[in-house]
Design a protein around this ligand. Structure first.
Ligand code: ADP
Ligand code: MG
Ligand code: MG
Length: 889
């Protein structure tokens, strides 16, 4: 007989935290908490296998499920001393969905299930509080009506708002039992009108209805989309948790709350939480009432911290905090309810956190001895380091504070106000920086939050939708700035006598919660000590070298600051665009006369020499790989008439002749046209000038600093060994003549990009003439997939959506296809020359997933944009640790 149901609480725990796949995250952790002796209201988990069986059998439950459920329910009844459906003292339950990973789109929780016109009277009598009983009943109809029966929740909310208006009451807690009865009658009418059937009175029907709705929600469109986006197989299924109710809405000695064992925003080792007295379920996150802080030291004088209001339960909670953190060895996000001063735990899970908090918590926990250094390295998501590099407000800048909310997600953002997600997208698409301002946010606003620089809400706490989503996205967020009045109709916000319209400037500091008038300048962040500690640990375990793609002194400085071990790709083409240079470049291309070309190229030499010398100086002896000119010539052509005339004048040539030359040079497919080493072969003078500039700069900086500069000269777009031989020979001749002129010696390397399939396939031959390879995975992706990066935008997203490609191959390397060519290039290159240096310099060099692939094929280094260098260092360390683990296993 298959066991479909696992009990938890009141001394019988069939499950534990390790059974996540079977019991879902919520169910497994409820059992685990109960196992370690924490007060969890008893209940049971219907396994994910039931969900799978349900779908395999045409939406039918396994035959013996009902019997097992009746048994499990009987156990809960016994533990609680109550009976489900009993008219005198009814057992009420919650029905909660819970998949392996938390998943939006799944059914929301239904509380107070088991109430009907009879049992509500029983609850009123047994609790001695009829107001509470009727409040619970109307909550139940509202939740069940919207979540299970599919009635729009607005219908219920509108009726409640209207009733409150008529009664002149603001807060739900002010309504009397009789008034709730009135609301409830209206609710039932809504259900009857909307669904054509009366609200189900039989508790058994209610229970099976809710269970069916959870399983049904596993296949709803929202859940399906989410699974697709996150690679979650449909076969995983969801579990259902049925749990006896505890009540946070039974009076002033009751409460409900959400807390984190450490500050999820900064990672500081302080208890962090919010709660509401006399409230139930998700009141705290729903933004209906503004929650209060739990710790007294975090409260302002007008607030009512739990530490003071419910001291016993608060002290219990402190113990729980310690226990759970030591047990799970990670920061926990805990949901609890206090019923008549007694604490109950309803959920624990590893808490979502900002990048800064993830870093700090990992380092602190390793230093506290809770986890190892290796654990700490593995715990920080490399991509999240990007967020630490967020700007902050310029401390010297003038500012006028308008209001203060909660520091919900760090960083500083300045932009123009928009009051709807649509308006944000509109403005952002025109290149504006936008701040989304809402009373509170909901899932419909997520696209607007994404397009915004920052989000400001006037209601809700640190765990509100806005706060959680913004933290996850790395957007700045100030939440619950209650003194600001938002008027969506008028498209204005009013605060302290100021009225701002959509389109006016506003600045947020998500680190302090401050809201400033107008535009306050921001500056780049300073990195914390934790950051360098983690980087140091990462460096001590990684095998891959990390270099940067940099061509300006500024980029090179940034790269060094972030720990780059050299430059893996210096693109020389951007250097040609300087206003003092582009004229010479155009003359060089547009003339067919050798002398004029030589003159134009000669004019470029001192510029290039200075460019390279600056990089060599900054890199102080670290390797610098300089790629000779690569892009299609058309990028440099004089496009407009005025430009053409300028070139003609400088060359003393006829405009008409130049026009003809320009059309002769234009190509229909430039990315596969006259570019890369093909340019160097047609115009050897260009490469000769560049090689001379590199050599002279290297000699000069070596002399100046006393540190040998060993330049690496890289030839782009090589497809055959013969091409490389030709360019190599010409380059060596130039180097030799410079050395002779200066009577000097120089160590140098000449290598090539591997960025055409043919190059990878013939890498054994090419390696005979190359000192190093650098895989140019951007072009290699284009040429392997036959996919132009500039044109793929119109259909690539659809490919990923339909699962035709696992992800955008320009973001994360296509391991199966492009990756196979990289692997082949590595193997063939090393077969010819075992000590050939192998690197990669495409965008993939900063992508964690790609980096783990490069680790596995045994490259020597990755090279990425300067801001991704920390990401690459950490990702390389994680890849090395994973590789070690795999060897051990
Ligand atoms: P979610 O997955 O959205 O967090 P939960 O199943 O955790 O949904 O339920 C939301 C909230 O409902 C919980 O935080 C808790 O406050 C409340 N809740 C759930 N079950 C019970 C219960 N048995 N007794 C009291 N409150 C409950
Ligand atoms: Mg939910
Ligand atoms: Mg929850």
């Amino acid at each position: 007989m298959t066991k479909w149901i696992y009990s938890f609480g009141a001394g019988q725990n069939d499950g534990n935290a390790g059974m996540r796949n079977l019991l879902g995250g919520k169910g497994a952790n409820l059992a685990e908490m109960s196992n370690i002796g924490l007060p969890v209201p008893p209940g049971f988990t219907i396994t994910t296998e039931v969900c799978s069986a349900f779908y395999e059998n045409g939406r039918k439950y396994p035959d013996d499920l009902k019997a097992q459920l009746d048994d499990a329910m009987a156990r809960v009844e016994k533990a609680m001393g109550l009976r489900f459906g009993d008219a005198n003292a009814p057992l009420l339950v919650s029905v909660r969905s819970g998949a392996r990973v938390s998943m939006p789109g799944m059914m929301d929780t239904v509380l107070n299930l088991g109430l009907n016109d009879q049992t509500v009277e029983g609850l009123a009598r047994s609790s001695g509080d009829s107001r509470f009983a009727w409040d619970s009943y109307r909550r139940f109809i509202q939740m069940y009506g919207s979540v299970v029966l599919g009635v729009s929740h607005h219908r219920f909310e509108d009726l409640l708002e209207q009733t409150k208006r008529e009664l002149g009451k603001h807060d739900d807690t002010q309504l009397t039992a009789e008034e709730w009865q009135m609301v409830l009658k209206g609710y039932k009418d809504i259900v009857l009108n909307e669904t054509g059937t009366p609200f189900p009175e039989d508790p058994q029907d209610q229970l099976w209805g809710a269970i069916g709705a959870v399983f049904g929600s596993w296949m709803n469109p929202r859940a399906n989309t989410y699974r697709k986006l996150h690679d979650i197989p449909a076969s995983w299924g969801t579990a259902v948790n049925v749990q006896s109710m505890v009540f946070g809405n039974m009076g002033e000695d009751c409460a409900t709350g959400v807390c984190f064992t450490r500050d999820p925003s900064t990672g500081e080792n302080v208890f962090y939480g919010e709660y509401l007295i006399n409230a139930q379920g998700e009141d705290v996150v729903a933004g209906i009432r503004t929650p209060q802080p739990m710790a007294a030291e975090r409260a302002t004088p007008d607030q009512n911290p739990m530490e003071k209001a419910l001291p016993e339960a608060y002290q219990e909670m402190l113990k729980v905090r310690d226990l759970l953190e030591r047990h799970y060895k990670d920061m926990q996000d805990i949901e609890f309810t206090v019923q008549s001063n007694t604490l109950y735990l309803l959920q624990t899970r590893s808490g979502k956190r900002t990048a800064a908090a993830a870093l700090r918590i990992a380092i602190d926990m390793a230093q506290e001895g809770l986890i190892t250094k290796e654990d700490a390295i593995s715990r920080v998501p490399p991509a999240s380091l990007d967020q630490l590099l967020h700007p902050v407000l310029d401390p010297k800048a003038e500012r006028k504070q308008l209001a203060r909310g909660l520091p919900a997600s760090p960083g500083a953002a300045t932009g123009v106000i928009a009051f709807s997600a649509e308006d944000v997208e509109d403005r952002a698409s025109k290149g504006e920086d936008v701040i989304l301002v809402r009373i509170e946010t909901s899932p419909e606003d997520v696209h607007g939050m994404h397009a915004a620089r920052g989000v400001l809400t006037t209601r809700g706490g640190m765990t509100s939708h806005a706060a959680v989503v913004a933290r996850g996205m790395g957007r700045v967020c100030v939440a619950g700035a209650g003194s600001i009045m938002v008027d969506y109709k008028a498209q204005t916000l009013t605060v302290n006598g100021h009225t701002l319209k959509a389109g006016d400037w506003l600045t947020l500091d998500g680190g302090t919660g401050a809201v400033y008038l107008g535009r306050v300048p921001t500056i780049p962040p300073t990195l914390s000590g934790d950051f360098s500690t983690l980087m140091g640990w990462a460096d001590s375990v990684r095998r891959l070298g990390v270099r940067a793609n940099a061509e300006t002194p500024e980029d090179a400085e940034t790269a060094r600051r972030f720990g780059a071990e050299g430059i893996g790709l210096c693109r020389t083409e951007h250097m040609f665009f300087g206003p003092d240079r582009i004229g010479h470049v155009r003359q060089m291309i547009m003339t067919e006369e050798k002398d004029a070309r030589a003159k134009a190229i000669g004019a470029l030499l001192p510029f290039q020499r200075d460019d390279f010398a600056a990089l060599f100086r900054i890199m102080a002896g670290l390797p610098v790989t300089i790629r000779l000119l690569d892009p299609p010539l058309h990028e440099f052509l004089p496009h407009g008439e005025a430009e053409l005339k300028d070139v003609a004048k400088a060359l003393g040539q006829d405009v008409e002749a130049l026009r003809a030359r320009r059309s002769a040079l234009s190509e229909s497919n430039p990315m596969l046209g006259h570019r890369g080493c093909r340019l160097g072969i047609s115009y050897p003078e260009i490469y000769a000038m560049q090689v001379r500039a590199i050599t002279e700069a290297a000699l000069a900086v070596s002399k100046e600093t006393g540190k040998a500069v060993i330049p690496e000269i890289m030839i782009p777009l090589v497809g055959t060994k013969a091409e490389l031989d030709l360019v190599r020979k010409a380059s060596e001749a130039v180097i030799a003549s410079v050395l002779k002129e200066q009577n000097a010696t120089l160590d140098y390397h000449i290598g090539t990009m591997i960025e055409l399939p043919r190059a990878a396939i013939t890498a054994d031959k090419i390696a005979e003439s190359a000192d190093f390879f650098s895989f140019g995975t951007n072009d290699l992706t284009q040429t392997t997939l036959g996919l132009s990066r500039d044109d793929a935008g119109s259909f690539l997203p659809e490919y990923v959506e339909k699962g035709l490609l696992p992800q955008d191959p320009f973001i994360s390397i296509d391991q199966e296809g492009v990756g196979a060519l990289v692997r082949m290039g590595v193997e063939k290159g090393r077969a010819t020359k075992p000590d050939i240096k192998l690197g990669i310099c495409g965008e993939h060099g900063g992508d964690p997933l790609s980096i783990s692939f490069f680790e596995s094929v045994g490259l020597d280094y990755v090279s990425c944009s300067p801001f991704r260098v920390p990401v690459a260092r950490l990702a390389s360390a994680q890849a090395a640790l994973a590789a070690r683990k795999a060897v051990k296993a």
